[in-house]
Design a protein around this ligand. Sequence first.
Ligand code: GDP
Ligand code: IMO
Ligand code: MG
Length: 426
Amino acid sequence: MPATVVVGTQWGDEGKGKFTDLVAKEMHMVVRYQGGHNAGHTIVVDDNSFALQLIPSGVLYDHITPVIGNGVVIDPQVLIDEMDMLEARGVDTSRIKVSGNAHLIFPYHQLLDALHERYLGKNQLGTTKRGIGPAYADKAMRVGIRVQDLLDPKIFAQKLDVVLAQTNKVLAKVYNRLPVDADEIREKYLELCETRLKPHIADTIGLVHDALDAGQHVLFEGAQATFLDLDYGTYPFVTSSNPTAGGACTGAGVGPRDIDRVMGIAKAYVTRVGAGPFPTELHDATGDHLVDVGHEYGTNTGRRRRTGWFDTVMLRYAARTNSLSEIALTKLDVLDGLDEIKVCVAYEHEGTRVEHYPYHQSVLHQVTPIYETLPGWQTPIEQVTERSDLPPAARDYVEFIERKVGVPVSLVGVGPGRDQFVHFGV
Ligand code: GDP
Ligand code: IMO
Ligand code: MG
């Protein structure tokens, strides 16, 4: 299976970093295809924890070429800081390749992100305020500036003047702010390129295809998740890119026929950060318990994550929209010790049972989950390495999810560590 996509199936933070790292062992190249430093992907190796925002989670292996694809939005200072952090911890970052077609995030994007959130007031989305939405908006408006523009100072200066002529008017007239200084930004970005970024800038589409043509194994690493997708998610409470598997095509430069395997990462319960509907959300002691045991605080922003029961209606939709071939179920260990565990199998809306994820957003806001209750298990599973050593109730829980979603579970996470997983099937 030369080309695999790893995709989040809920609202993010499912454990994509850990499972990308795990699968990357057998890969040659790992490509991030969308998002930016709104992502926080954690990998735990022995006592070392790495929180990556932009750099693909395969970077820890010497044999991997880590690639940042054209669909990503890049704050160069963040990328350089992340490379420095990895180098200081003994990780070689010289192999990192950055697409010349990727768009840049500028300080005015971050400023606009924060101002727009404030402007929305009680309707705010709870973004990470990293400038992601405004950077993708400029890309769609065709005033975005790409990594390759940094290689031509004249073009870069021209493009910056064009975008700032308008952006500074918006800052002054809509938000009553001082204009941003083009010279300061130009000098800083050109210097970062000249001193640090230049050796990494590459034709990543060519590199990916050369690897595939040579029979090498390529892993496409998604950030965020299906229900944060601009098209399939709980719009407007979404991010501004396409994390779903199709995003790997547009964000890395491959066609659908190049992809053989799509691994959906699903947490054994559900979490969400930021605003938006969440049918199975818990507002009780069990919800707090999941936050405490699962350490459900943002890798990136430190925000407390909202928690709830596993939702198979969502997963069936994620299975369809990503054409999932398998599921990696993470954090099963967090459910240790619960007397009983609920799983949402359908929704109820105005007296009707709803089996499919509703296409109308208002319905999603109004549904009541229909649960089936399964028995919990009392023995800790963090040391388990074989499927047969899982407590029967834990196995039944995973098999129940497989049946309700209609997709096999290949791997089960039993702890944050690189080796804490069980081969379940496939
Ligand atoms: P990502 O954004 O999808 O990569 O996920 P995050 O890294 O933001 O959040 C997942 C958190 O769960 C991280 O702290 C991981 O170290 C941790 N984690 C991943 N898999 C497991 C697991 O199977 N069990 C436990 N207990 N923690 C896990
Ligand atoms: P990983 O890759 C969880 C959420 C934000 C907000 C919404 C829009 O670690 O799973 P944005 O800054 O993207 O405009 O914010 O999306 N969000 C995430 N939630 N995990 C992430 O990334 C996220 N990236 C963005 O909280 O609700
Ligand atoms: Mg995360």
